[in-house]
Design a protein around this ligand. Structure first.
Ligand code: BGC
Length: 729
């Protein structure tokens, strides 16, 4: 970090000075975060100025609140124009400027794949797709563009990025993660943070990020959102903690807390995670914010506290610095009482408030820079092009029998299925609204898959399907019409959803889609299956009979055009699966399974494995070499491999390097991704790619829960090749 506004010593002095002037009420106000509806007026929903001055005064002057979140107006939070946001932010900060100590508010928003709640922002592929690009430069650029658009909207803090690991495919937030692998998620997440924050997040085009949801949220046993995870501490440290540790090292100054529970302890009550590990061990200096209403829920849901007051005490003493209350001032009132009665010491309040004020100084909120001009900073042609490139690189060609793809431009195509003609199914949750399902609010100039095909095609394109997801599709018509077309594009998948709303009982597709697929296949015409949605729904019997399969997941606002680019060969696909695609509903074994998961009757048998993804050209890797046969404990080792484009088209290939610790005191995964590199090669071109493996790459969480490297043999695997080396004591 550099620059005057982020000088650590100077900020520390300012914080101390300010804190010494604050009353208890002012301090507890800083720890209180409320939803926009607390200052907004529901009756004025469509009015330009949505703030109710009396409510604003009550929140900011009377209750001293330090933070506000969300778009107007719960429960239908909707994207606003840049101008409306700027006006809202001016009004809010003007109110803060009239308080005794003029402490600015920090306004937070879920800009998960771009500035969700600002109209016409650049909305990227969701994280699951960004992971499929295996391109950290694109994640960096997404961070840069998102921060710029958030700041151009006057907003100051982004509740992104999700550092949870996606190892439970049923979980309705899988698509918010960078997939099942720790290394991939670490690289993509930290690249995003660096792009979003730069070296100094007080810059006019940068903003602080928030690591969420600390920790273990993403692994509910039953797959439902906000239900218990049972993660032992070794597993926690091996799979769920490293991404947060990396995010902290990358400089993210805020952490949002797990809304569910791990091993019987709700995230918001877990002193061990929030203080012992997060502070004492990982050295996190920023502030923690609760998730939505989750302090109250220690009482109302978890029955952990006997009253709301006790819930506040448990959470604050566990290590929560700011409460996303979000609809009232109960937290404020109860915490003041708890301090007055001595149940919460003033030292804990001072600690929390110091952390919050420090981040406010670091973010430059006390000396705000002029807002960026909208022109040249918002939805620029360059940003839209980056988004389209991200979408293209995020789409996975999973099957291409007899080169059914790419299609000829003059092919006659029968398009059917519920996801072919909607923008919402390509964007998912956190798009314009919380649930992302308000199709009528989507920018009309963006193209659905159908529209993008129609734009490129010189042949006949016909669409059979209702415009809405729930409208029954005329299966009979598909059967009758098929003979007049060269190919059927069958576009299946999921409606958009976010959080608990997206819970499902089974990964199976719904019956109507299965029937449509069976009918399309029975026509005998070649079928290209396209799937869109946040989870890998079971498509096995359809995929086995289809000629081509494209896994689209949630490619964002440019997804339609990107898919058409790939369908017609205007872009050579290179996306790779960031999760294992299950063959059956219960086939949820990840790629880095333990030996016993592939022993005797047990097998890792996904429909498509982690890292799978075809191209219109072919690649071969060869000459895998480890620089040494033996290294000493604590040394790095260099590994190199050659990759050749053996086909006829230019294309990009991601070289994936896995390791295996041959024998260890804690069972080791059959393989673990430790490095990857994406290269672009012309036909016939060969490139040598090298990697450096560090002691950290060879380490694991040992019997005593500490990270260790054990001497012995290791295997390095790239493509079909394996090379070994030994670590000596
Ligand atoms: C979600 C968070 C989000 C917060 C604020 C919660 O319900 O779990 O991911 O940041 O709401 O909108």
């Amino acid at each position: 970090m550099s620059g005057r506004s982020v000088n650590a010593q100077e900020i520390e002095n300012k914080v101390k000075n300010l804190l010494s002037q604050m009353t208890l009420e002012e301090k507890v106000g800083q720890m209180t975060q409320v939803d926009f509806s607390v200052i907004g007026d529901p009756k004025e929903q469509n009015a330009e100025d949505q703030i109710n001055p009396a409510k604003l005064e009550d929140a900011v002057l009377k209750h001293h609140v330090g933070s506000i979140l969300n778009a107007p107006l719960a429960p239908d939070n909707k994207a606003q124009s840049v101008e409306t946001w700027r006006k809202i932010m001016r009004t809010v900060q003007d109110a803060a400027a009239t308080t005794r100590l003029k402490i600015p508010l920090i306004y937070g928003i879920d800009a998960i794949h771009g500035a969700t709640y600002t109209q016409n922002s650049v909305l990227f592929p969701q994280a699951i797709n960004m992971a499929a690009t295996f391109n950290s430069e694109l994640a960096f650029k997404e961070g840069e563009i998102t921060a710029r658009e958030v700041r151009a909207s006057g907003l100051q803090w982004n509740f992104s990025t999700v550092m949870d690991i996606g190892r439970q495919p049923l979980w309705p937030r899988l698509w918010e993660t960078f997939g099942e692998d720790v290394h991939l998620a670490t690289v993509m997440g930290t690249s995003y943070i660096k792009g979003h924050q730069g070296d100094d997040f007080s810059a006019a085009d940068k903003a602080p990020t928030c690591l969420k949801h600390y920790v273990g949220y993403s692994y509910p046993l039953n797959g439902k959102d906000r239900t218990p995870a049972w993660i032992g501490e070794r597993m926690l440290r091996e799979y769920f903690l490293p991404t947060f540790e990396a995010g902290i090292k990358a400089g993210s100054p805020t952490v949002m807390v797990n809304s569910a529970e791990v091993d019987g302890i709700p995230g918001h009550a877990n002193h061990h995670y929030l203080t012992t590990i997060l502070r004492d061990e990982l050295g996190f200096k920023g502030f923690t914010v609760s998730d939505w209403e989750d302090i109250k829920r220690l009482y109302t849901r978890d029955k952990m506290a006997a009253s709301e007051k006790e819930a506040v005490k448990i959470a604050v003493m566990a290590g929560i610095d700011m409460s996303m209350v979000p609809f009232d001032f109960s937290f404020y009132d109860l915490l003041i009482d708890l301090v007055k009665s001595g149940e919460v010491p003033m030292s804990r309040i001072d600690e929390a408030v110091s952390r919050i004020l420090t981040v406010k100084y670091q973010a430059g909120l006390f000396e705000p820079k002029p807002l960026l001009p909208v022109e040249g900073n918002f939805a620029t042609a360059e940003a839209i092009e980056t988004n389209r490139q991200a979408a293209r690189e995020s789409i996975i060609l999973a099957k291409n029998d007899h080169n059914i793809l790419p299609l000829k431009k003059d092919a006659d195509i029968l398009v059917t299925g519920p996801t072919a003609n909607l923008l919402s199914v390509m964007n998912g949750g956190w798009t314009i609204t919380w649930q992302g399902d308000a199709e009528d609010l989507y920018p009309q100039e963006k193209l659905t898959v159908l529209e993008a095909i129609q734009k490129k095609s010189t042949g006949k394109v016909t669409y059979i399907g209702g415009d809405a997801f729930d409208a029954p599709i005329d299966v009979q018509k598909v059967i009758e019409e098929a003979k007049n077309y060269d190919v059927i594009l069958l576009s299946l998948g999921e409606k958009p959803y976010t959080e608990t709303v997206g819970n499902i009982e089974s990964l199976n597709l719904d019956q109507a889609q299965i029937e449509l697929a069976n009918a399309a296949i029975a026509t005998g015409k070649p079928v290209v299956l396209l799937t869109l949605g946040g989870r890998p729904r079971i498509i096995t019997s359809i995929a086995e009979r289809a000629s081509g399969v494209i896994l689209g997941f949630l490619p964002g606002m440019e997804g339609g055009e990107a898919i058409a680019d790939i369908l017609y060969g205007d872009y050579n696909p290179n996306g790779k699966l960031p999760v294992s695609y299950p063959r059956n509903t219960n086939g949820i074994t990840p790629y880095d399974y333990k030996p016993m998961e592939s022993f005797e009757q047990n097998t890792y048998n996904p429909l498509y494995p982690f890292g799978h993804g075809l191209s219109y050209t072919t690649f071969e890797t060869s000459d895998l070499k480890a620089e040494k046969e033996k290294i000493n404990m604590g040394e790095n080792i260099n590994v190199s491999v050659k990759v050749k484009n053996t086909g006829a088209l230019t294309g990009k290939e991601t070289v994936l390097l896995y390791i295996n610790d041959v024998a260890a005191s804690v069972t080791r995964p059959n393989k673990q991704l430790k490095a990857f590199k994406k290269v672009e090669l012309n036909p016939g071109q060969t490139e040598s790619v090298s990697f450096t493996l560090t002691p950290h790459d060879l380490s694991f969480i040992g019997v005593d829960l500490k990270r260790i490297v054990e001497p012995g043999d290791f295997k390095v695997m790239v493509g079909n090749e394996i090379v070994g080396f030994t670590v000596t004591k």
